[in-house]
Design a protein around this ligand. Structure first.
Ligand code: F6R
Length: 242
């Protein structure tokens, strides 16, 4: 696992967008894995800017998102479907039928999980997966636990995650308690991983990531096993690294 530290979050967004742009240029029909959350937003804005300038064509790109709340219809303003539509997809030329997020509504759990895994396989796997990291070390919604699930599955969110995500809702009680997420094998099967971390609130978990061994209690530590995983961190997030 490599780490690259940038001076500012804006610089991080440029470097992350560079990697994605390079992939789309060399493989126009590549499969991109996207994350929601605050961290990748500036990277997405940078990609949108480059698309608007005519530098990148996304028309053949296929995408898979990491996760979706369970029980929210795609049209719900807080669903990850809506989030991605608002912040990313409506600004790019990716055809709707090439965009995939887990289905968190109107479907039974088993079918939703199986179909998502099948779609990823049918697309030939993910070329580059963008990740954020929870302050508790989660990736996707794979929360710290004694055992981690391998494939896409339904998960109960920890109180820490519910609280962290309540900033997008009017109150913590409105945050869904469950979510459907890619499993750790799904994530680690991506050919390239790009984990983005910005801000002082990520400093302690990045420190643990580099000080502790691999543990399911720190799901992001599994990235140490991946042959092509890069962490892009800004100075604040990297502040406690030696
Ligand atoms: C989002 C996701 C989460 C976030 C993580 C960090 O799809 O799967 O793992 O990446 O919670 O969120 P932010 O970027 O808001 O700090």
């Amino acid at each position: 696992m490599q780490i690259q530290v940038t001076t500012t979050p804006d610089e991080l967004a440029i470097l992350a967008a560079d990697r994605i742009e390079e992939l789309v240029r060399t493989k126009p029909d590549c499969v991109l894995g996207f994350a929601t959350g605050s961290t990748p937003l500036s990277t997405y804005q940078e990609l949108i800017h480059r698309y608007q300038e005519g530098r990148i064509d996304f028309s053949k790109v296929r995408t898979f998102n990491l996760d979706e709340y369970w029980g929210l219809p795609p049209t719900h303003p807080q669903s990850y479907h809506s989030f991605m539509q608002e912040h990313v997809f409506q600004h790019l030329n990716i055809p709707a039928d090439q965009i995939h997020l887990p289905q968190g509504h109107g479907i039974d759990e088993e079918t939703a999980c199986r179909d998502y895994e099948r779609e990823i396989r049918r697309a030939g796997g993910i070329d580059l997966q963008v990740l954020g990291i929870g302050t508790n070390g989660h990736i996707g919604f794979n929360e710290p636990a004694k055992e981690l699930r391998l494939d896409t599955h339904l998960v109960t969110l920890t109180q820490a995650t519910v609280l962290a995500n309540s900033r997008f809702f009017s109150s913590p009680s409105e945050v869904p308690r469950r979510a459907i997420t890619m499993g750790v094998r799904t994530i680690l099967s991506s050919r390239r991983l790009l984990l983005l971390a910005t801000g002082p609130q990520k400093a302690a978990i990045l420190q643990q990531l580099f000080q502790r061994g691999i543990s399911t209690e720190l799901p992001a530590s599994l990235l140490h096993l991946h042959p092509d995983a890069t962490i892009l961190a800004d100075q604040d997030a990297a502040a406690l690294l030696a």
